[in-house]
Write a protein that binds this ligand. Structure first.
Ligand code: PAF
Length: 305
């Protein structure tokens, strides 16, 4: 039998519910989300439970991480279903605050510079940060606020948002936040599409087309033994086979999102639009450069103009 999680909507309720568990020495695990929960989120909850005595999930559609022309208004809000998924996964406590609880002095994109916010540094100016200026300022600011409110011992984030995970690790390190960060594997649909709350925007044709992202990343993985350029062109050839895809970027990098190594572990990342829905995905990739073909390489990023 599953028990419905206790719902905290205010800072005070959350603090009250956590206080006695902390006093009893419970290790608190935290999964921050924007709701519209799916099996990918469930795997983050299970991962958190492996590292903590008590798992807290937050559900908060953070306005600060959406650009003025992005999908904040239409972002799915499905609290009842989300609580059901938390319940099914044994989560005892959900924090679902209103915007004014997190931003008590109000929120507007124009006014945000009047507040104290987290500046994510240069890693936030590439890839998704280049396509979505200010996005990572919003992500890190809300994650820092949520860490302050929940005070977790450990927090779990998905590797699907690889750049977000890298930036959260950097924030925790650079701001000396006492929380352990765990990156959990990306969960995929049977046809390989990475699970995402935004997949529900796709119509059937777009949903079918979106599987090209997974095929492109896997094609690159298969060719990576012949060098970075071979891997890149294998991915590009798959991506260009799907006429409805509007490529934002394809990037082959090191694990730190810097320059891809000639040999060794790296990352391949892609972002593309299907209609008005922007999806991202990434995978680990192991590069090997056959003798005599070394390149003068830099970070290999392909962008549509
Ligand atoms: O990955 C997300 O869902 C969001 O970016 C996060 C980390 C919950 C911050 O709003």
């Amino acid at each position: 039998m599953t028990t419905a999680p206790t719902l905290a909507a205010t800072r005070e309720e959350l603090a009250g519910l956590l206080a006695h568990r902390r006093a009893a020495g419970a290790r608190v695990g935290f999964v921050p989300t924007m709701g519209a929960l799916h099996a990918g989120h469930a795997s983050l909850m299970r991962e958190a439970a492996n590292h903590a005595d008590l798992v807290v999930v937050s559900i908060f559609v953070n306005p600060m991480q959406f650009g003025p022309t992005e999908d904040l208004e239409r972002y799915p809000r499905t609290l009842d279903a989300d609580l059901g998924l938390c319940s099914d996964n044994g989560v005892p406590l959900v924090f679902a605050p209103a915007v004014e609880e997190v931003y008590p002095d109000g929120f507007s994109h124009d006014g945000i510079r009047e507040r104290v916010t987290v500046q994510p540094g240069t890693l936030a100016t590439i890839l998704d940060g280049e396509s979505r200026p200010g996005h990572f300022d919003g992500v890190l600011t809300v994650v820092a606020k949520l860490f302050g409110l929940v005070q977790p011992d450990v927090a779990v984030f998905g590797q699907k948002d690889y750049q977000q995970l890298a930036l959260i690790r950097a924030m925790v390190r650079d701001l000396c936040q006492p929380v352990e960060i765990i990156g959990a594997e990306t969960m995929r649909e049977p046809d390989g599409l990475a699970m995402s709350s935004r997949n529900r925007y796709l119509d059937p044709a777009q949903r079918a087309a979106a599987t090209v992202l997974n095929r492109a990343l896997r094609a690159a993985q298969e060719q990576a033994a012949y060098g970075v350029e071979q891997a890149r062109s294998a991915a590009m050839s798959e991506l260009s086979s799907e006429p409805s895809l509007d490529l934002d970027y394809l990037a082959l990098t090191g694990t730190d999102l810097g320059k891809a190594p000639e040999n060794g572990e790296g990352r391949i990342l892609v972002a593309a639009r299907f209609g008005s829905t922007r999806l991202i995905d990434n995978m680990s990739i192991t590069f090997a450069t056959p003798a005599g073909t070394a390149r003068a390489g830099s970070t290999t990023t392909e962008r549509s103009s």
